[in-house]
Structure formats: C-alpha cells, structure tokens
Design a protein around this ligand. Structure first.
Ligand SMILES: C[S@@+](CC[C@H](N)C(=O)[O-])C[C@H]1O[C@@H](n2cnc3c(N)ncnc32)[C@H](O)[C@@H]1O
Length: 209
C-alpha cells in the first residue's frame, strides 16, 4: 500500500485515535511551534490540520500540502470550522510545487518520521523558504531513555512496515545535510518529542544576515 493510500484510510479516525497522545505529547509541541510562525506560512504534511488553531491567526497567509487527499479534506473542514482562509494542495514534501523563496515560515510537525527521506524533505522545505525565513519542526524521535528506545525498536520492527513510520529518527541531526542551520532546539521529557528551528545556510561569500 502506498503512503498516500495508508493515510487516506487513516484520515477519518486519526484525531480520535491520537487524542490521548495529543493532550500529553503533541499539543505542547504544537504550541511551541506556533509561537515561531510568522508571515507567509507553508505547512507540509498538514494532516487533519491539528496545528491550525495554534498558528493560523499569526500567519499572513496559510498554505497546506499533504500526500493524502483525505487528510487534505479533513484540513479543509477544520479550516472552515475555524474560519481560516487556506490554500490546500496535494503534493509530496520532497517535491514542493512552489518557487524558491516563497514562504517566511515552513512548518512540519510529526511527519518527518513518516517520509521516505527526511534529508530530501528538509532540503525542499529550505528551498521554498525566503532568506531569513525559518523552518519549524516538531517530531517524535529516538528517546534518550533505554526503556523507550526498546519500545521504539519493537514498533519499527512491526507497525513501521504498514505505516512507513520510523520511531528512531532524529531529524535535527540531518539538518546540516539539507543545507540548513539549527537556530533553536528543545526536547521534552525522555526526549520523546524534539522541536527545532532551522534557517538556510548562507551562500559562500554572502554577507552576514
Ligand atoms: C502522522 S500524520 C501528521 C499530520 C500533522 N502534521 C500533525 O501534526 O498532526 C503524517 C502526515 O504526513 C503525510 N505525509 C506522509 N508522507 C508525506 C509526503 N511525502 N509528503 C507530504 N505529506 C506526507 C500523511 O499523509 C499524513 O497526513
């Protein structure tokens, strides 16, 4: 099953199934990420639009992309409920249909764990960012605690096969490979969730700022 087909199937029940984790782990990361949003904002792998209530009022425009048509439909419903104006497109985060330097903020939460190549995704997020703009990421990552790492290894060996989800990635470590520089980085308890802000690396010889 392709990733899009998997997420299409999950879309209707996603918010209900993740409600427990949402309250305990995901919501604080969404609030943190939203505080760092400004200007023309692209949210990649937008899912059901769970971040919209946190950041939409801070952005001057909101564009969302996702591989899954059903997830995009859920986002559209949430945006309508919130009275948020949004442009939604079906696209792969690794091949975004935007000109370079189109956005002030590119936001991605709980999705780099599921893309084929997180370096390619981060590189593409950086490409569409204007100089001085920010990539804002929050994700579940390999834990700093041995007991959680064991659980994550088991999940990677079982659940990951169907969902394509990786439980032992740590995207902040591959940020330099994507031509970006980490500006801010924080992790929660046991490093179950990590969040960071990255900016584009200046071109060689470019003046600072
Ligand atoms: C775990 S959900 C997270 C959704 C949302 N970002 C959130 O924080 O709740 C992962 C989402 O990533 C999307 N996705 C997976 N691979 C993708 C890709 N290569 N390009 C764009 N979206 C992708 C899925 O369709 C799904 O909506």
């Amino acid at each position: 099953m392709s990733s899009a087909a998997y997420w299409d199937r999950e879309a209707a029940s996603y918010d209900r199934r993740t409600a427990f984790l949402e309250r305990r782990l995901l919501a604080p990361a969404r609030a943190w990420a939203a505080e760092r949003v400004r200007g023309r904002t692209l949210e990649v792998a937008i899912g059901t639009g769970a971040n919209l209530p946190y950041y939409a009022a801070r952005a001057t425009s909101v564009t969302g992309v996702d591989l899954s048509a059903e997830m995009l439909a859920a986002s559209a419903r949430r945006a309508a409920d919130l009275d948020v104006s949004i442009e939604l497109l079906r696209a792969d985060v690794a091949a975004l249909p935007f000109e370079p330097a189109s956005f002030d903020t590119v936001l991605c939460t709980f999705a780099l764990c599921g893309v084929d190549d997180e370096r390619a995704a981060l590189r593409e997020m950086g490409r569409v960012l204007r100089p001085g703009g920010r990539v804002v990421v929050a994700d579940h990552v390999v834990s700093s605690a041995a007991a959680f790492r064991l659980l994550q290894r088991l999940l990677d060996a079982t659940a990951a096969r169907e969902s394509g989800e990786h439980h032992r990635r740590r995207p902040v470590l591959v940020v330099p490979d994507a031509g970006l520089v980490v500006q801010e980085q924080e992790a929660g308890r046991f490093r179950l969730v990590e969040r960071f802000v990255a900016v584009r690396q200046p071109a060689p010889g470019a003046p600072p700022g």
